[in-house]
Design a protein around this ligand. Structure first.
Ligand code: SAM
Length: 304
């Protein structure tokens, strides 16, 4: 594992903190379930330092994260940069009274001309629409494996070599209420063998990996990460959108390898998570509950 030597731990957080501090009082009260101010400082610092021209945020929700990125672009004097937002949901998942991305309209309408939002699609489905030349990505959509890896596969063919890919919730699975699920960004971040860095929070939630100078060089590693057992099945349309993007740019052999990894991932997760297995788990839990549990299970079975 390589960490990035150019910046000391905490450097990104420290240069992003002042703009986050100034921006935070403007966060609408309804814009919950977003990045924290600590995460925002790291991501803003990364944008200020790397000064990207074409950014993609995958997973927009309220749009508060988009506000942070747009604010950081101004701090970096990158007023001509464009931020593309992608979200599967048309409405803010936490409160449907608000549209996905609405924070940008409400908080900084003057920046809407530089904000291109696509809803109702995954990254794979709208990567071609975004087009080439992306030099910064922020992956913060579905947190169960393999989504973060699929999102990266979808957008990587559109990205410039050596660009940074920020990702959120890399240790979400370590929060007690998550029952060790939501390991998608964690597998991608921890499995990454190239340059990477993270915020100072412990455990950190905000991280970033840097694509190699020759992006196809990381395909074997991404394939390996994709083979890590999946936490949920993924429909064929979404898998194909990502693997087709790989095939278009890196060739049929890579397309076939990633398609096979998707088949295997879906096959195993299907075996591990089926209605029959859920029923068995319920029965085992009832039996473990002692005689009363066993009797209750027997009774409910007889009356079924
Ligand atoms: C944690 S929220 C994003 C928070 C946002 N980045 C911020 O900082 O405010 C996750 C979002 O990802 C979206 N999402 C979930 N699965 C997705 C997928 N496969 N493709 C695109 N968006 C997805 C959800 O609709 C939700 O709005």
């Amino acid at each position: 594992m390589k960490t990035f030597q150019q910046y000391a731990l905490g450097y990104m957080d420290s240069i992003g903190a002042p703009i986050v501090h100034a921006l935070w009082p403007r966060q609408p009260t309804w814009a919950v379930a977003s990045i924290s101010d600590m995460d925002a400082a790291f991501f803003a610092g990364l944008v200020i330092e790397t000064r990207p021209a074409k950014l993609v945020e995958i997973g927009v929700a309220s749009g508060w994260g988009s506000c942070v990125l747009l604010e950081a672009l101004d701090a970096a004097e990158m007023q001509k940069s464009v931020l593309h937002g992608v979200d599967i949901a048309e409405r803010f998942f936490y409160d449907e009274a608000y549209a996905t991305g609405q924070c940008v309209n409400d908080v900084m309408p003057e920046r809407l001309a530089r904000y291109r939002l696509t809803t109702g699609m995954t990254a794979g489905e709208c990567a071609a629409r975004i087009g080439a030349g992306v030099d910064f990505a922020f992956i913060d959509a579905h947190h169960m494996h393999p989504w973060a890896t699929l999102d990266l596969l979808a957008i990587m063919p559109m990205m410039q070599p050596a660009s940074w890919v920020a990702m959120h919730d890399i240790n979400l699975s370590r929060k007690e209420d998550q029952e060790h699920r939501n390991r998608g960004p964690k597998y991608l971040f921890e499995g990454w063998e190239g340059d990477k860095m993270h915020s100072t929070q412990v455990p950190t939630m905000a991280g970033a990996i840097r694509l190699p100078d020759d992006p196809p060089a990381c395909l074997p590693l991404l394939l390996d990460i994709l083979y890590t057992p999946w936490e949920l099945p993924v429909d064929a349309r979404s898998c194909n959108a990502a693997t087709d993007a790989v095939e278009r740019v890196y060739g049929a052999t890579w397309g076939a390898k990633f398609r096979r990894a998707c088949e295997i991932g879906n096959y195993h997760v299907g075996k591990m998570q089926s209605a029959d297995i859920d029923e068995l788990h319920r029965k085992i839990a009832a039996l473990r509950g002692g005689v009363r549990g066993w009797a209750r299970a027997l009774f409910s079975e007889r009356n079924a």
